[in-house]
Write a protein that binds this ligand. Structure first.
Ligand code: NAD
Length: 487
């Protein structure tokens, strides 16, 4: 395999690269902080400028490649990926802590999404229209927008980068990827595979560097025609301000504060199982994690009891331990932030039913292990009720009825996803229609599928939905073509 020697570095204009003054950077295992997992040489803003310029130079030729060639490239990537996914899954678990089973499932999901895009490459056409004039044909055709910057978070280090890079290449856009510094290892593998598959210099670039310096230099570069960002709302909105001034195409996939409403629901056990899985997967560090349960009095007592049983039974441990169900938190900063939210919640009047603090003793003292936590009587409008915690903390907000439940579910700046668990089809229908979210689930946890558009409303998203075929609306522009022909 064409993987560079450590320390790993950026990939610019078809070469692994680091300047003479590049700073060294090490990632420690969040589950065993005395272990160094990987070593990197950091990119600089000058590297970002070179990568953007290389993408600009590569654009005309890549835009002319055939759909067949782009499709073959993605099928080639599927084949290579399948030989390496186990290695990559292990790096992901070591760098950001999620259990190996979750990293493997992310790697397998990548196979499905890559296959989808290999097919989509051959379906990128658009529409024809009847004309009001004789002997006239009208069509809209799709053209690549140009070089694209892909900025990604650390919680899905495989899928987030691939969801930027692959639709870009399929659409004819060169792409420069800047993954989060907490877990860039999977992106190095993606770069190595694209290099091995012969992607021309400049068509793909990788920058391993910080957000406020390298990321900002990349998204602000005049050669960049589109920015596809996945990450926190605060950073996304900052990027949006700068992009608006340049009228650059923008796709933002940002934070969430996802509610599950439970009302008139006979099968509380099943509802609790779906909620618990969606709340504690990746230790709650998913944009689509269920973070709040909004419950009516008829089901409150049994639901709280089963949610507590399920949270308390989760086996928390190191990502590579075979019996681990929930891993450590990604970093000390994130760990401290999560605990701060729980302490604030208690000061605001919430009651901890289980968990509520760091796990201690044994191996727990060596990493950032937080107890799966369920908190109830969370007051409406308090921080725990409306802000994204991004950790294994499930807040229960008791309400009187469905009307109040819908109000509470919508009472946040976020609008990513939501769920309702109920046997009452009228209640389900009302919730689907009135939920201010880009995605909504009925008797179903907040998980998504790779062929379906994915995105958020309000301050959770902007621009074309990523995942599924809607992503092409970001990477391509429509051109309307009017042709008159002789009889
Ligand atoms: P983050 O916003 O801190 O960082 C995301 C990326 O932006 C990183 O690569 C970072 O280096 C970069 N960045 C930071 N400042 C920048 C700047 N000024 N210019 C350019 N790039 C910059 O987010 P995170 O902590 O990595 O990820 C967690 C967040 O991501 C959560 O809020 C979560 O909800 C969100 N997320 C959303 C989705 C979605 O699809 N909606 C998916 C996964 C994660």
């Amino acid at each position: 395999m064409d993987l560079p020697d450590a320390p790993w570095r950026s990939y610019v204009a078809g070469q692994w690269t680091a300047g003479p003054d590049a700073r060294h950077y090490e990632i420690v295992d969040p589950g065993r902080t005395r272990d160094t997992v990987s070593r990197y040489l950091l990119a600089t803003p000058e590297d970002a400028e070179r990568a953007a310029a290389a993408a600009r130079d590569a654009f005309p030729a890549w835009a002319e490649t055939t759909a067949g060639r782009r499709s073959d490239l993605v099928y080639g990537l599927v084949d290579l990926w399948q030989t390496r996914m186990e290695t990559v899954a292990e790096i992901v678990s070591l760098e950001m802590g999620k259990p190996l089973a979750e990293s493997r499932s992310e790697a397998s999901r990548a196979v499905a999404e890559l296959r989808f895009w290999a097919g989509e490459a051959l379906r990128l056409g658009d529409r024809t229209f009847p004309s009001a004039r004789p002997h006239t044909e009208i069509a809209t055709i799709r053209e690549p927008i140009g070089p694209v910057a892909g900025i990604t978070p650390w919680n899905f280090p495989i899928l987030s980068p691939l969801r930027k890079v692959v639709p870009a290449l399929v659409s004819g856009c060169p792409v420069v990827l800047k993954p989060a510094l907490q877990a860039p290892g999977a992106s190095v593998h993606i770069a190595a595979m694209l290099h091995e598959l012969g992607v021309p210099a400049g068509v793909f670039g990788l920058l391993i560097g910080g957000g406020s310096d390298v990321g900002a230099a990349l998204v602000g570069h005049p050669a960049i025609a589109g920015i596809t960002f996945t990450g926190s709302t605060d950073v996304g909105l900052r990027i949006a301000g700068d992009a608006a001034a340049r009228n650059v195409r923008l796709q933002l996939e940002m934070g969430g504060k996802n509610a599950a409403v439970v009302t008139r629901c006979a099968d509380v056990d099943r509802a609790a199982a779906e909620i618990s899985a969606a709340a504690f997967a990746v230790a709650g560090q998913r944009c689509t994690a269920i973070s709040r349960v909004v419950v009516t009095p008829d089901v409150r007592e049994p639901l709280e009891r089963v949610l507590v049983e399920k949270a308390a039974a989760l086996r928390v441990g190191h990502g590579l331990a075979t019996d681990t169900v929930m891993g450590p938190i990604v970093s000390k900063d994130q760990f401290t932030k999560i605990h701060g939210y729980v302490e604030q919640g208690v000061r605001d009047g919430a009651r901890v039913l289980t968990g509520g603090g760091p796990l201690t003793g044994g191996g727990y003292d060596d990493g950032y292990y937080y107890a799966p936590t369920v908190v109830t009587d969370v007051p409406r409008g308090s921080a725990l009720a409306v802000e994204e915690v991004f950790g294994p903390v499930l807040s229960i907000v008791p309400v009187d009825d469905l009307e109040e439940a819908i109000d509470v579910a919508n009472e946040t700046r976020y609008g990513l996803t939501a769920a309702i668990f109920t046997d009452d089809m009228d209640a389900a229908h009302a919730f689907v229609r009135r939920s201010q979210t880009g995605m909504v689930h009925v008797n179903h946890g907040t998980n998504s599928e790779g062929q379906v558009p994915f995105g958020g409303m309000k301050q959770s998203g902007q621009g074309a939905y990523g995942i599924g075929d809607s992503a092409k609306d970001f990477f391509t522009s429509l051109k309307a073509v009017y042709s008159m022909y002789r009889r």
